[in-house]
Write a protein that binds this ligand. Structure first.
Ligand SMILES: Cc1cc2nc3c(=O)[nH]c(=O)nc-3n(C[C@H](O)[C@H](O)[C@H](O)COP(=O)(O)OP(=O)(O)OC[C@H]3O[C@@H](n4cnc5c(N)ncnc54)[C@H](O)[C@@H]3O)c2cc1C
Length: 219
């Protein structure tokens, strides 16, 4: 963890348009990263920009990724010094009176860092636990632990965050003054990721029921 709680603003992470929506403090950025179930990892291969969605987990100033050893994402992420990871939470549709001012309420984070292959066995276990817990808090205590063979057939990558930003939009539409006199519905349609009732695996052992961290799942 760095000594200050705010990332230095530089040319890479400075939010330019509607700059007042930009945030650079960990206290704003990290809850977005932690609430987002997935991230998108951007990297450049042979001059081509590529963005791939994947599961992540954050531990302090590090984002962990894992997956199949053959994954291009993980191969390149493990050696790339210029990765960009984004996390996006959609909070609502902002339906303005005009198409121009229609927007979305959101909390998004953009993180920059370099990747490294996680080879230390203890750190690999930390990643397994962090990702399992990121997806469903409390699940680590319930799942069968990975075998050595499963650990060996998983690639673990750490992305140490060097700088980051968040952008947050909240509130109603910002229509042009003259448009408020128009008889057009305007407002916010809130959106949230909410689970439905759990569906038992057809091969579930008789008598086994969903634990509370599943039946009462919340992000
Ligand atoms: C759900 C959603 C919908 C959006 N829809 C639109 C749209 O339709 N049109 C549009 O112009 N913009 C949209 N945005 C905003 C968009 O993400 C950029 O913020 C916008 O393009 C302006 O970027 P910029 O030119 O100021 O910064 P850029 O020069 O593109 O970026 C400079 C730096 O600012 C930071 N930054 C920029 N945007 C974000 C962000 N969203 N979150 C965190 N850090 C950021 C990054 O560190 C980046 O490297 C949307 C954002 C979200 C999350």
């Amino acid at each position: 963890m760095s000594e200050t709680n705010t990332f230095t603003i530089n040319d890479l992470n400075r939010v330019r348009r509607l700059a007042y929506r930009g945030h650079y403090d960990r206290a704003t950025i990290y809850p977005i990263v932690d609430e987002a179930l997935i991230c998108h990892v951007g990297f450049v291969q042979d001059g081509q920009a590529i963005v791939i969605p994947t599961i992540h987990a954050r531990v302090d100033d590090t984002i962990y990724l894992h997956g199949a050893p053959a994954s291009r994402l993980l191969k390149l992420a493990a050696t790339s010094e210029k990765l960009c990871i984004t996390c996006t939470l959609l909070d609502g549709l902002v339906l303005a009176r005009s198409a121009f001012h229609s927007s979305m309420n959101y909390r998004s984070a953009v993180l920059f860092g370099s990747g490294r292959l996680v080879t230390d066995y203890d750190e690999q276990w930390l990643v397994m636990e962090a990702i399992t817990e990121h997806v469903a808090q409390g699940r680590w205590a319930d799942v069968r632990r990975a075998t050595d063979k499963e650990m060996q057939s998983t690639k673990f990558v750490a992305v140490d965050i060097e700088t980051a930003s968040a952008k947050v939009r909240t509130g109603p539409p910002g229509d042009d003054e003259e448009d408020y006199a128009l008889p057009i519905w305007a407002g916010v349609l809130p959106l949230a990721l909410t689970p439905s009732a759990p569906i038992d695996d057809p091969r579930l052992m008789t008598g086994v029921t969903a634990p509370k961290n599943v039946s009462e799942y919340r992000r």
